[in-house]
Ligand binder design. Structure first.
Ligand code: HEC
Length: 269
């Protein structure tokens, strides 16, 4: 076999079969050669470096992910996103006005929708309805208690019996609780025609009952607030006299004064 033939096996030109047939008559030898040629390279222990473009691609992605996180993480706060915020309006132009209905809707969708459902109808026999509910339209203090500590055991809602448990939502702020209750009590979505709930009212109930951790039962709540009828009116003095005085400190009194141009509000301009 010449040197050039050794270099390349099978040699260029005639096919391997022809080459073998003319150079070796031993069929066994041809067979062994054929087997050797079919064999793959032996696996070896070694490192094969990762392709550079993959490394580069990974770094580009990591970099992009970092930027994305910093930009859009919202400090990882669950309630960071504020749909009531208007773009282009400076943040600190006077006291912040919160759209309680928008906030309430958001709180509802984040916390209540899993059980009471988007339409508020709950699930028959399992989760009571909030739609046109006697509970929802009754005393808001009762509802604040339910939100703060939960509700368990047999309850009757709109004449239907339920015996399940609602978890506590004491992690919600006073404002968030006021908003979600205002949303379900006054919105058109759930067909309840009652009064909004103020943050102060929630704060008051929380200061009295916030320490309680076991859920309320219907009899317990009725021993405080009386039976659930769905007929609740704000007590005359407590709401109309005491409240504007409270809210006046927070700048909301001005709105009230505009509606009823009254004695003690000095007209500006
Ligand atoms: C884990 C499921 C669950 C979640 C989440 C939940 N609830 Fe409930 N809710 C219940 C159950 C169950 C009852 C009835 C409790 C019983 O059977 O003792 C109830 C009762 C009520 C009631 C009184 C009965 C009625 O239907 O009017 C109100 C009001 C209420 N929930 C409001 C809310 C609000 C507001 C939220 C969100 C902050 C919320 N719930 C979140 C399960 C839930």
């Amino acid at each position: 076999m010449s040197d050039s033939q050794k270099d390349q096996f099978p040699p260029k030109g005639p096919s391997r079969e022809t080459f073998e047939g003319t150079n070796f008559d031993d069929r066994d030898l041809q067979k062994v050669h054929a087997q050797l040629l079919r064999e793959k390279e032996e696996p070896s222990e070694n490192f094969s470096p990762m392709p550079l473009f993959l490394v580069a691609l990974f770094m580009v992605f990591a970099f992009w992910a970092g930027i994305y996180l910093v930009k859009f993480s919202g400090d990882f706060g669950p309630f960071h996103y504020d749909e009531t915020k208007k773009p282009g309006v400076a943040a600190d132009t006077g006291p912040k006005e919160v759209d309680m209905m928008a906030l309430g809707k958001r709180i509802y969708n984040q916390n209540c929708v899993a059980c009471h459902q988007a339409d508020g109808n709950g699930l028959p026999g399992v989760y009571p309805t909030l739609v046109n509910s006697d509970w929802v339209q009754d005393n808001p203090d009762r509802l604040v208690k339910v939100i703060l500590a939960g509700l368990a055991g047999p309850v009757t809602v709109n004449g239907k019996e339920y015996n399940n448990a609602m978890t506590a939502f004491d992690r919600l702020s006073d404002q968030q609780i006021a908003a979600v209750l205002t949303y379900i009590r006054t919105g058109e979505s759930y067909n309840n025609d009652s009064y909004p709930v103020s943050e102060e009212r929630v704060a008051k109930v929380r200061s009295e009952y916030g320490a309680r951790s076991e859920p309320w039962s219907q009899p317990e709540l009725e021993s405080i607030h009386g039976p659930v009828t769905g007929e609740w009116e704000p007590p005359a003095q407590a709401e109309t006299v005491a409240q504007p005085a409270d809210e006046g400190e927070q700048g909301e009194g001005e709105d009230a004064a505009e509606e009823t141009p009254a004695m003690d509000a000095p007209k500006e301009a």
